[in-house]
Ligand binder design. Sequence first.
Ligand SMILES: [Zn+2]
Length: 289
Amino acid sequence: MSAIGFTGGWLDRADAVRNDAAQVAALLADPAARLMTLNAGDPAIDADGCIAWTSLADLADDATPIFLGLDGKGRPHFAESRPDDVAGPARSRALTAILDTMPAAEAAIFGTVRSITGWHARHRFCANCGTGTTITRGGWMRLCPACGAEHYPRVDPVVIMLAEHDGRALVGRQAAWPAGRYSALAGFVEPGETLEEAVARELFEEAGVRVTNVRYAASQPWPFPGQLMLAAFATAEDSALTIDAKEIEDAIWVTRDEVRAALSGGSGARFLPPPTYAIARTLLEMWVK
Ligand SMILES: [Zn+2]
């Protein structure tokens, strides 16, 4: 099974350093320090499809450095937060191509940077009183100078799941996706819900399927813009579908053989699977193993 996308980042986040402004300043003066820059939300990559790091000499005049952590040799790594950073989930076609081949551990670090810079771009003002806030804690907090509120990077939990019934799994598609692509159904967890309850509610809302026996499978950070995908399997009571056309365009039950054919990319496959870096792909791989 392939590595789960956006997981396995190789930097020690060194939280204690973030809290010490003098230590952060010393690391910013380290000539070995590395910098990652984004161009309209896309990373610069090297010939191996990995992140092309540069030096802090390339830090833009209008940028605030974000401390990402230390590598195995103790070298500090930074990203830059800029006023024109991409705030939302939009992905360029070039980025989609980059992610198709970028190793998961590299994508994990890119995803961290894309998420935190997007969060800064969306949270320039205090949610409590509306005053402009300032970046602190090495880039991992925003502080309101007026009311003192502390704002931390936000992560939104999303459930993504395969319902199973009688040897078949349920996959669906959204109208905006590439033709033929089907994937696991998904939805945001709401306040007051468990993971299991969110899985059951979303499957019923989107496809009219009642499930029991929800089993957690794996998780993945999704940086467009800042979700934590919680992947699960569930057992459907029956196979009747009532599709909510506002949420999905279609949903179908597929067999293991059909999923294997889709994952292997054969031209006769019943559907086009999710990209390799999506945890929905991992769920399908786990299901046919
Ligand atoms: Zn405030």
